[in-house]
Design a protein around this ligand. Structure first.
Ligand code: 8YV
Length: 317
């Protein structure tokens, strides 16, 4: 076997961090699938060579692709969420899937809390007010305080707990809904999602995406949150029925929303862009230099774990 053919062959689904790709390319062959024009023809010629898929929560890996790669050993993904990867198809084929949990909790929690604050204290609106030269004509309207309000967390996992810590520091009361009560926290537990939403001033969505949480928040749930309630979504766009949300924002069913994720990223409905009671960010949850580097390191560790050491570091089970 030649030296070149011993290098594992990776199919890369989209552009990952350039420094990470450079590091990978030292000992792996990378095939840039997003640059391939005729994917069917390419797969016909190359599918039987591919050992691994290198992807992210954004790029994913569909069943048809997984099934088309007979030698596929692993899908190495950048990001904690793996709802865009067909885990069932991978499992059926005995393909290992890895993600990058743990290293991004604090930065995602920072994002959640910063858009919560921006929404509650009308920071983006106030910024637009100053830039539009409106200040000399009159004062900016008051907002509500953050302290003393109820922060309802939908999905109290590691990221949820990091958000709760920040909310506590701002004097909020913490409540949560999970499938079952956690015995390591003393926050108020609500057995039902609607019960939590009714009790919340700010409902923060932190559940994973995928089939089991698809449109978890629809018209009924928004009604439960109520006209003084704010929705914060840093989870996945799929968790919220976006049309129902737009309706609820328009008719005052809820007070406002801070959204880092959307149903069809990077497309954001014009309806949302035109509203003052929403804060919109372009899926920046984990997007800091430090966290993205930590995610890249864990990605690389998983890659080496699977192909060189025989065991992944953070395998999706
Ligand atoms: C990333 C994320 O934007 O980790 C996740 O699940 O949503 C984010 O950290 C993305 O997955 C990686 O590009």
């Amino acid at each position: 076997m030649s030296q070149a053919s011993q290098r594992p062959q990776l199919l890369m689904m989209g552009q990952l961090l350039p420094a990470l790709v450079e590091r990978i390319e030292q000992t792996y062959d990378v095939h840039r699938f997003w640059e391939v024009q005729d994917k069917t023809a390419w797969l016909k010629a190359n599918a039987d060579k591919i050992d691994g898929i290198a992807t992210s929560g954004v790029f994913g890996a569909k069943k048809e692709l997984i099934d088309a790669l007979p030698k596929l050993k692993a899908i190495i993904s950048f990001g904690v969420g793996y709802d865009s990867i067909d885990i069932g198809a991978a499992r059926d084929r005995g393909v290992i899937v890895t993600n990058t949990p743990g290293v991004l909790d604090n930065c995602v929690a920072d994002t959640a809390f910063s858009i919560l604050l921006a929404l509650g204290r009308r920071v983006c609106e106030a910024d637009r007010f100053v830039r539009a030269g409106q200040w000399p004509q009159g004062r900016f309207p008051l907002s509500g305080s953050i302290g003393g309000k109820v922060c309802g967390i939908v999905g109290l996992g590691n990221i949820g707990r990091a958000i709760a810590k920040r909310a506590e520091a701002f004097g909020m009361t913490i409540a949560y809904h999970n499938r079952s009560r956690r015995n390591d926290v003393d926050y108020t537990y609500h057995e039902t999602l609607e019960g939590l939403l009714e009790a919340s001033d700010y409902a923060v969505l932190v559940v994973p995406g995928g089939g089991s949480t698809d449109h978890l928040i629809g018209a009924e749930q928004l009604k439960a949150l109520g006209p003084k309630g704010y929705l914060v979504n840093i989870a996945r766009g799929s968790v919220v029925d976006q049309d129902a949300l737009i309706g609820a924002l328009k008719d005052g069913t809820i007070a406002g929303a801070a959204l880092d994720v959307f149903a069809d990223e990077p497309n954001v409905p014009a309806d949302l862009m035109g509203m003052d009671n929403v804060v919109l960010t372009p899926h920046i949850g984990s997007g800091t230099h430090e966290t993205r580097q930590a995610m890249a390191d864990l990605f690389y560790d998983n890659l080496e774990g699977v192909f060189r050491r025989g065991e992944a570091v953070t395998q999706v089970r």
